[in-house]
Design a protein around this ligand. Structure first.
Ligand SMILES: [Zn+2]
Length: 673
């Protein structure tokens, strides 16, 4: 029997979890640790399992996805979901204003300007504060009911935070963050699955999965931008105020909403975001301009297709059409062969693009990309342009199919493809292409930090067979170096002292520098805290490694395999003979100087690339996160900082200039000895 005490506890747990979900996902400002949160969730799950009669469709336990469904029933939109008229220029925005004045002469207008999120439009229905149904836009009159999948989106409240009697409908956008999209695609690439072209496709695909459990693992998020209907609550007189109300009810509303008093202000705000949109972790394809007064909206009404009181201003497209001149194959550090399209150079979102990765053979086959094809390129949520699709109508019949070479284009060794991998690899143990990449990695600033060992020099050293493995760097001498092209005695001398200095880099840098698969700067740091020397690490078993927090089975396996390999053993012995230090000097195990610290970077840095800056702080035990919250310790502000800077100021989070950041890094590196 379920007694009142248990019933009360279940309700209390749900309230608590709803509250903390809101703090964590919507406000980005958690109040309890992940551990404490998990404890609440576990208790609730156990009680629901023990007393099934207490289960409800809107319990937070439903966030992880219910049972698979058969299909998506069609639902009719009570109020049609109209689309907006698009504008592309300042003149067209002014024309919109002129039209308003013609419709309602002698009236003043206020505008609300919002970011146009590139996601999937949705409608959500609540009854007495409980989420009961959600659907996609569909054709505007009818859409698909996707309630079970929408429940897995953590920022969509299952229960409103205020008492809201009757029925309400809100509308908004479900989207995928750019970082979430990249991570998802990386995982799919590893598993040999087809890649999503952009975050919007990924979000739409995820909402249409028949198994909500899979949807729950997709990084979906939401912004709500409209209170469409409310049966028993008087709605505010302006759109701006209704957005405030939506926030109070617990919806996630985009923070960059601006109330403008003139069309010039509207235009300025639009051009501001045309420049700044790259700073966001989600895709924005334009701005939405709405008349603020609901009463004016009503009088303006709508055409059969779109409202007269709102328009979209679209940013210039991030797509371009070009031709594939050739497909070449690049060989990476681990021997992975990557096909790369050589393109007829074309401008795209501010830069000229002349090549694009095609990822792997399967991806080429799936999209049926051939040499000579005309293709559509897109910068979709990635700095790297992607080939979205082939324009088949432009085919002449002269296009050539591509197939992966059977032998490595650099060393001629056999190319193999493991069953569970999408990538083909050169297995040549002395492949110069792999060696060059490995040396470049070893020398990088965040690894052994050998300044002056650039790509051109590495090419010469490897091509002339002066350096045949990493350890050979330590036998270089002045005479050999000075004999190379463009290498004076002074720079040769400098390089030698850099190489010498690298011998005493700390253990974590050495581990990272060896280029063990899946071991990044942060992983190397963690390993260096658990093992006092490279020898100790090399003797660790799979189980021992997996027992370390943040080291998963895949990484553990990769480490074990690395140290088993005869060639690697020989390399390490050679490095040791040349005097490379392989353990900590002192016995005491020390915590990383920046352990537990969280960093956010915004704007461009003069002395580091983003990747380097990330690896640098990770090698000191810190973490880099993408958005600013009170949990962040430092926001490093470079040139042209984005909205993150303002957010940091408003939350009182410590900001650092690039110089201050360098000073901080210097001081902690020094304290490490
Ligand atoms: Zn090769």
């Amino acid at each position: 029997m379920v007694n009142d005490k248990i019933r009360k506890r279940v309700e209390e747990l749900r309230e608590l979890i709803h509250y903390h979900d809101h703090k964590y996902y919507v406000e980005n400002n958690p109040e309890i640790s992940d551990y404490e949160y998990d404890q609440l969730m576990r208790e609730l799950k156990e009680l629901e399992e023990k007393y099934p009669s207490l289960r409800t469709p809107n319990s937070p336990t439903q966030r992880v996805g219910g049972e698979p469904i058969e299909g998506f029933p069609t639902v009719e939109h009570h109020i049609p979901m109209l689309s907006l008229d698009n504008t592309y220029s300042e003149d067209e925005i002014r024309e919109f204003e002129a039209r308003l004045h013609r419709e309602l002469p002698d009236e003043e207008f206020e505008y609300v300007v919002e970011l146009k999120i590139d996601g999937v439009s949705i409608s959500l229905i609540y009854e007495d504060g409980e989420f009961i149904r959600g659907s996609t836009r569909g054709d505007g009159r009818r859409g698909d009911e996707v309630t079970a999948n929408l429940k897995t989106v953590r920022t969509i409240p299952l229960k409103l935070r205020k008492k809201v009697p009757g029925r309400i409908e809100v509308r908004g956008e479900v989207y995928m963050s750019v970082s979430g999209f990249r991570k998802l695609n990386r995982e799919r690439e590893r598993r040999g699955e087809s890649l999503f072209a952009n975050p919007r496709n990924a979000a739409a695909g995820s909402l249409k999965l028949l198994d909500p459990k899979i949807t729950s693992q997709r990084p979906l998020d939401s912004f709500i931008y409209n209170l469409t209907e409310s049966t028993s609550i008087a709605t505010p007189p302006t759109h701006f105020e209704s957005l405030e109300l939506l926030k109070e009810w617990g919806f996630k509303v985009n923070p960059y909403i601006k109330l403008c008093r003139s069309i010039q202000e509207v235009i300025d705000y639009c051009s501001l975001w045309a420049k700044r949109r790259e700073e966001l972790d989600y895709e924005v394809d334009g701005m939405v301009i709405k008349v603020n007064s609901i009463e004016q909206q009503r009088r303006l009404g709508s055409t059969s297709k779109s409202p007269r009181w709102a328009i979209a201003y679209k940013f210039p497209a991030k797509q371009a059409t070009t031709k594939i001149k050739d497909i070449i194959v690049q060989v990476g550090r681990t021997g992975a062969l990557t096909p790369v399209a050589i393109l007829e150079p074309t401008p795209l979102a501010g830069s000229t693009i002349s090549r694009a990765t095609l990822h792997n053979e399967d991806e080429i086959r799936r999209k049926d990309i051939r040499i000579g094809d005309t293709v559509i390129l897109e910068k979709g949520g990635d700095v790297i342009p992607q080939v979205v699709k082939v324009v088949e109508s432009k085919r002449t019949g002269k296009e050539k199919k591509f197939s992966m070479p059977k032998r490595c284009p650099v060393c001629g060794a056999e190319v193999v493809r493991l069953e569970d991998e999408a990538v083909a690899r050169c297995i040549g143990s002395s492949c110069p292409a792999q060696l060059k990449e490995r040396i470049a990695h070893y020398a990088r600033r965040t690894a052994m930090d050998i300044e002056g060992l650039g790509d051109k020099l590495i090419n010469q050293l490897v091509d002339k067979k002066i350096v045949q493995d990493i350890a050979d760097l330590y036998k270089l001498d002045l005479a050999t170096l000075s004999s190379l092209e463009r290498m004076g005695e002074k720079s040769a001398q400098n390089l030698l002292s850099q190489i010498e200095r690298s011998k005493s880099q700390p253990l974590n840098r050495l581990i990272f520098a060896l280029g063990i698969r899946y071991v990044g700067a942060r992983g190397a740091r963690i390993l260096s805290e658990h093992f006092s020397s490279l020898d100790e690490l090399s003797r660790a078993t799979q189980e021992e490694l997996e027992a370390i927090p943040e080291i998963g089975p895949r990484t553990a396996n990769s480490i074990v395999l690395f140290f088993k390999e005869k060639k690697n053993k020989e390399l390490i012995e050679k490095l040791r003979r040349y005097g490379v230090q392989m353990g900590r000097k002192e016995e005491r195990r020390r915590e990383a100087p920046l352990a537990g610290k969280r960093f956010v970077f915004t704007g461009s840095l003069e002395h580091y690339s983003r990747q380097e800056a990330r690896e640098l702080v990770e090698s000191l035990g810190a973490r880099v996160v993408s958005s600013v919250s009170k949990k962040v310790d430092y926001v490093v502000v470079g040139k042209n900082p984005g909205s993150k800077y303002e957010k940091a100021k408003s939350l009182g989070v410590r900001t650092l200039s690039e110089e201050e950041f360098q000073e901080l890094v210097r001081s902690v590196v020094k304290s490490e000895g």
